[in-house]
Design a protein around this ligand. Structure first.
Ligand code: A2P
Length: 323
């Protein structure tokens, strides 16, 4: 059990164990939310070009740097290679575009966002056919892309590189070829989808994990129209009982369950009080009995929410990860 406030990456640098998620936040909401998050003590921000808001994050960060209250080296900034850039010749271009939008000279971590790729059509990050299916690039070559990711570390554009949404077979293939360590796997993890095998797999290979949707991503559940089939883990009676016992919120219990195992969490919120609450995770511990009860809430594969069904056609790609 750990009460660490950060996770040491293979390159020796530390990532704060609580980061701030930025998916599904509109421009206006996000500007205020990042301000609130930095005020509340978040020093790790998770971004992605496909969230269409890196320029907002950049604007807020610049304001904080200009104020002198925060320095670049105080922050841990993560962003991702979008599926439209999932080919070697596109890596540097997309990384530089993210740096420009974020108004930064370097990233702390750059991830391959998905194991599948989309075709490139101008600036459109979600190219679609008329029937709504995504236009897939079926020739995605992970090892060639990874080699190009490694060059970005050597060239100083990012301090570390990693993967997101890859399955264990895909990760293993990259690990076997990697000259620069795979410094992160970012995957969906929450009480109803604990991915124990994957967590053990990464642990045995010294790949740190970031949990996206650590609260069970009700926003996405709504978007998918699955409110009835995917219940809210924060409303689970056991979670409510443990929350009451520790005088904490259900969200704090859900997040603590992950960070106590050394997993980084990146909860997203645009609500000022919840932003503050979601980082108040230190100075108290879940006891072994709580952890065992929370472990038992896992629903296995049926707990997965982010199955990419909101990007139709991705399951036809040869590297679709959840077959
Ligand atoms: P809001 O932005 O209104 O706070 P995840 O990070 O798992 O994807 O979850 C994000 C969702 O969870 C958002 O809908 C967010 O809504 C909500 N959320 C964030 N923090 C809390 C909290 N402390 N309690 C309840 N819901 C929360």
């Amino acid at each position: 059990m750990s009460e660490s406030t950060s996770v040491v990456l293979p390159n020796g640098r530390c990532a704060p164990i609580v980061g701030f998620g930025t998916w599904q936040a509109s421009e206006e909401e996000l500007e205020a939310a990042i301000d609130n998050a930095i005020e509340a003590g978040y020093r790790h921000i998770d971004a992605a070009p496909v969230y269409l808001n890196e320029h907002v994050i950049g604007r807020v960060l610049k304001k904080w740097f200009d104020s002198g209250k925060i320095k670049r080296e105080d922050l841990f900034i993560v962003t991702k290679l979008p599926p439209t850039g999932n080919r070697p010749e596109s890596v540097e271009k997309y990384l530089k575009k993210s740096l420009k939008d974020l108004q930064l000279e370097y990233l702390d971590l750059y991830l391959i966002h998905t194991p599948f790729g989309f075709v490139e059509e101008g600036d459109d990050l979600h190219p679609k056919y008329e029937n709504g299916d995504m236009k897939m690039d079926m020739d995605t070559d992970h090892l060639a892309v990874w080699a190009e990711m490694e060059k970005q570390v050597v060239n100083g554009l990012t301090k570390a590189i990693g993967l997101s949404n890859f399955n264990s077979k895909q990760i293993d293939r990259v690990l076997k070829a990697a000259k620069v360590p795979v410094s992160m796997l970012q995957i969906e993890l929450h009480l109803y989808f604990q991915q124990k095998e994957m967590v053990d797999f990464c642990k045995s290979r010294d790949v740190p994990i970031t949990a996206f949707s650590p609260l069970g991503t009700r926003g996405l559940v709504q978007l998918l129209g699955k409110n009835d089939t995917l219940p809210d883990c924060m409303a689970n009676p056991k979670v409510l009982e443990i929350a009451k016992k520790h005088s904490k919120t259900p969200a704090q219990i859900s997040l603590k369950h992950l960070i106590q195992k050394g997993v980084i969490v990146i909860p997203k919120s645009t609500n000022p009080q919840r932003i503050k609450d979601n980082i108040q995770l230190f100075g108290w511990m879940l006891d072994a009995e709580d952890v065992a009860e929370l472990d038992n809430l896992d629903q296995g594969a049926k707990g997965r929410i982010c199955d990419f069904s909101f990007l139709p056609g991705t399951n036809k790609h040869p590297e679709f990860p959840f077959k």
